[in-house]
Design a protein around this ligand. Sequence first.
Ligand code: PRP
Ligand code: URA
Length: 210
Amino acid sequence: MNSSIAVNHPLIQHHLTRLRDQTTPPEEFRHLVQRLAVLLAYEATKDLELSAAAVRTPLVEMQGARLRDRIALVPILRAGLGMVDPILDLIPTAEVWHLGLYRDEATAEPVEYYSKLPGERPPQLALVVDPMLATGGSAVSALAALRRWGVPRLKLLSIIAAPEGVALVQGEFPDAEIHVCAVDQQLNSDKYIVPGLGDAGDRTFNTLGH
Ligand code: PRP
Ligand code: URA
């Protein structure tokens, strides 16, 4: 497995530790997800293509640059929603396309409940965002939908991954980039990431115990 997918940065270690903490309340959890999403997006967008753009400063005209490609930001509902606003702030021209997937509790297989990808005019790049890459089933389903749409470049941004999920995505989409804050030890028998952080959707939206 490609261990270089994990972004190594002291700020990531610091915020991720607090995110994992079972005593971290939802409000702080959401802020931490936002900070980590920015750090991941910074790394994942290092190779975006630019086109030349002239700009007049108060002093002179100069040659600047602007993003060349159409970029889609694709959150996997629910938990992926928490990563959208901070990345949209970095890439205000991105298009946001939502995909609704949940894991069947008995089988851990992804079940699609919302998708409105248009089917024509695919963007050049899609950034799929979901804090958790566990079995990889949800990510593979999302990446497959984007490939069917015709998106040539795919990048997956997750906060915590299990080795099993990374292996599945790399096997199914060898050309997709994966950027994560940490690759944890393993999945438990309920297909939760260990040590992980528990259920990201419930911790984001304060629905634990329902
Ligand atoms: C979580 C998470 C991912 C998925 C990862 O969502 O946000 O989408 O599980 O698991 P996988 O890699 O095994 O597919 P969940 O299904 O709990 O839905 P939620 O975000 O609505 O809570
Ligand atoms: N989904 C989560 O929210 N957490 C896990 O550990 C696995 C899947």
